[in-house]
Design a protein around this ligand. Structure first.
Ligand code: AP5
Length: 217
């Protein structure tokens, strides 16, 4: 199973990608998480990416593409993967197609999670995340049992810098100008399936499972 999750910031890509990976035993590859880890560790990549991410701009293709190429070559991707946050530009999508066609028969499916802009903003401004294990919370829909403490690992729960309003605005602009063209790109390749992301998390996941089962990817 080789999947790509598409959708605006806050559509629920990360939430659903985690569920898919658990249920179908495939690797979850989140470029956002990988870049945040690089920033935290102050690696060369992290130092270059930080300013872009804090402002809500996309990190340059060249940096992200080599990071993903290295990641997809690892052993744990042989059984399949769910790409969350990649590709984000047509240039990234073209590199991914070339890469997968060379090693195998290409992507199985692209899931586009659609959510209205009002709801995206509510989800992002109230999102919180565990600094240690990455578990995603929401202050209203899915809070942790103890405020500020992760239910899974006891780690610190924090708000991402790019979940502040000015960065959210920029992320949505970047999505509309650079990522949305991927919808027609994948439609033309016959890979796109649209998922109604306005429903609760469990219902979104049920729809995804139905689509995956029907297509036998
Ligand atoms: P990234 O981390 O990928 O951020 P994003 O695409 O903006 O996506 P989010 O993580 O914000 O949202 P999501 O769709 O995963 O939603 P989530 O499941 O968390 O990227 C961050 C930055 O890194 C970028 O801005 C860029 O700078 C850089 N970057 C990353 N990849 C790059 C690339 N390929 N190229 C260039 N730059 C790159 O859900 C959101 C909230 O809603 C949560 O609180 C959750 O609990 C809640 N929620 C989710 N689903 C539901 C539901 N169904 N009902 C109710 N609440 C829900």
């Amino acid at each position: 199973m080789k999947l790509v999750m598409l959708g605006a910031p806050g559509a629920g890509k990360g939430t659903q990608a985690k569920l898919i990976s658990q249920q179908f035993d495939v690797s979850h590859i989140s470029t956002g998480d990988m870049l945040r880890e690089a920033v935290e560790k102050e690696t060369e990549l992290g130092i270059k990416a930080k300013a872009y991410m804090d402002e809500g701009r996309l990190v340059p293709d060249k940096l992200v593409i080599s990071m993903v190429q290295e990641r997809l070559g690892r052993e744990d991707c042989q059984n399949g993967f769910t790409l969350d946050g990649f590709p984000r530009t047509v240039a990234q999508a073209e590199v991914l197609q070339d890469m997968l066609e060379r090693i195998d028969k290409g992507l199985g499916m692209v899931l586009d999670i659609e959510v209205s802009e009002d709801m995206l903003i509510r989800r992002l401004t109230q999102r919180r995340q565990c600094r240690k294990c990455g578990k995603i919370y929401h202050l209203a829909n899915n809070p942790s049992a103890t405020e500020g403490v992760c239910d899974e690992c006891g780690g610190e729960i924090y708000q991402r810098v790019d979940d502040e309003e000015s960065a959210i605005k920029k992320r949505l602009e970047e999505y509309h100008s650079k990522t949305k063209p991927l919808i027609s790109y994948y439609q033309e390749l016959g890979l796109l399936r649209v998922i109604d992301g306005q429903q609760g998390t469990d219902d979104v996941f049920e729809d995804i499972k139905r689509v995956l089962k029907a297509s036998r990817v």
